[in-house]
Design a protein around this ligand. Structure first.
Ligand SMILES: NC(=O)c1ccc[n+]([C@@H]2O[C@H](COP(=O)([O-])OP(=O)(O)OC[C@H]3O[C@@H](n4cnc5c(N)ncnc54)[C@H](OP(=O)(O)O)[C@@H]3O)[C@@H](O)[C@H]2O)c1
Length: 272
C-alpha cells in the first residue's frame, strides 16, 4: 500500500503518490506530447478505484482543468471523506469552441479568490477544501509579495473553508518564498530540472509539504527515452530519493499506465 505522509504542519495525511486530473477535464492548449479525448465516466471511475486500491487518497485538480472539479464532485460525492483533494485559485481557462486553442487569464484579487473558492466548493460538492494552491502565471514573487491571494486564502482557512494553503510555483525564488508563507508548495523537480533541490531542503527544514508536478516531464520523457531504458522507473526513483518530497503527483487517463506507475512508485520507495 502507498505510504501516507503528513501534509506539512497540518494534521492531513496524504499518500506519497497523488493522481493528477488535468486530463479528465481538459484537452485544449496543453503541453502533452499527444492529443487525446477526455475519458468517459466509467474510465474515470476505474482510475479512481485503481488509485484507491493502492492506498492513494490524494487528487490534484484546478478550476483551470476544465470539467475536472465537476467530474470529481459528481463521481466521488459518496466517498468525499476518503479523499484529500487539492484545488487551485488564480487561473481561469476558457476553451475555444472553434479551435483547439483556449485562453488562460489570471486574477489574484481577494474578490476573485473568494469567488473561486466558493465555486470549487460547489463543483466538488463539499463544504471544505483540503488544500488550495495558488495557480501561478510564472511571476511567483510578485503574486506572493504584492497580491492579496495568500492572505485571502489564510482568512478562508481561519473561517474553516480550507484546511491548508499553498502555491504551485514556476520559479525557485517563488518556492523559497512560499516556504515562509504556506503549508505546501507544488513544484517541478526531475532529472532534467533538479534546480528546486534547495527549495525542497528548505521546505523539509520548515516542515512545509513538497508536492511534485511534471515528474514525467508531462509525458515527454517517455517519448524521448532510449527503448532499453525505463524512463518511468528512473523518474520515480529520482523523485522519491529526496526525503523532502511529500507526494509525487502523476497524471494519466490510461488505466494500465496508472497501474504501472503505482507499482513503480512502490518499487522506488523500496516497498515492492
Ligand atoms: N501549474 C500547475 O499547477 C500544474 C502544472 C502541471 C501539472 N500540475 C499537476 O501535476 C499533475 C501531473 O503533471 P502532468 O500531467 O503535467 O505531467 P506528468 O505526470 O509528468 O505526465 C503526464 C503524462 O505522462 C503520460 N504518462 C503517464 N504515465 C505513463 C506511462 N506509464 N507510460 C507512458 N506515458 C505515461 C500521460 O499520458 P497518458 O494519459 O496516456 O498515460 C500524460 O500525458 C497534473 O495532472 C496536475 O494535477 C500542476
Amino acid at each position: 500500500m502507498m505510504p501516507r505522509k503528513r501534509l506539512g504542519r497540518t494534521d492531513i495525511e496524504i499518500s506519497s503518490f497523488g493522481l493528477g486530473t488535468v486530463k479528465i477535464g481538459r484537452n485544449q492548449s496543453l503541453k502533452y506530447p499527444q492529443a487525446f479525448d477526455l475519458p468517459d465516466d466509467q474510465q474515470v471511475r476505474d482510475l479512481f478505484a485503481c488509485a484507491r486500491d493502492f492506498g492513494v487518497n490524494f487528487l490534484d485538480t484546478a478550476p483551470a482543468y476544465g470539467y475536472s472539479e465537476e467530474r470529481i464532485g459528481d463521481l466521488l460525492k459518496k466517498e468525499r471523506k476518503d479523499w484529500v483533494i487539492s484545488t487551485k485559485v488564480g487561473e481561469e481557462f476558457t476553451p475555444d469552441k472553434f479551435s483547439d486553442e483556449g485562453q488562460s487569464h489570471f486574477d489574484y484579487s481577494a474578490k476573485h479568490t473568494r469567488l473561486s473558492v466558493e465555486r470549487s466548493l460547489r463543483r466538488l460538492r463539499t463544504d471544505y477544501l483540503d488544500l488550495v494552491l495558488v495557480h501561478s502565471n510564472g511571476d511567483d514573487a510578485e503574486i506572493l509579495m504584492n497580491t492579496p491571494v495568500i492572505q485571502t486564502l489564510q482568512q478562508l482557512k481561519q473561517e474553516g473553508w480550507i484546511r491548508a494553503v499553498g502555491i504551485s510555483t514556476k520559479t525557485l525564488e517563488g518556492s523559497l518564498l512560499a516556504t515562509d508563507l504556506c503549508d505546501a508548495v507544488m513544484l517541478v523537480y526531475n532529472a532534467n530540472y533538479p534546480d528546486e533541490v534547495t527549495a525542497i531542503a528548505k521546505s523539509m527544514q520548515q516542515d512545509v509539504a513538497v508536492l511534485l508536478k511534471k515528474v514525467l516531464g508531462s509525458g515527454h520523457i517517455c517519448h524521448d527515452a532510449h527503448p532499453a531504458e525505463d524512463p518511468i522507473q528512473a523518474a520515480l526513483d529520482f523523485a522519491y530519493a529526496n526525503p523532502g518530497v511529500t507526494s509525487a503527483i502523476l497524471g494519466t487517463v490510461n488505466l494500465q499506465h496508472l497501474r504501472d506507475n503505482l507499482i513503480k512508485a512502490l518499487r522506488a520507495q523500496k516497498l515492492a
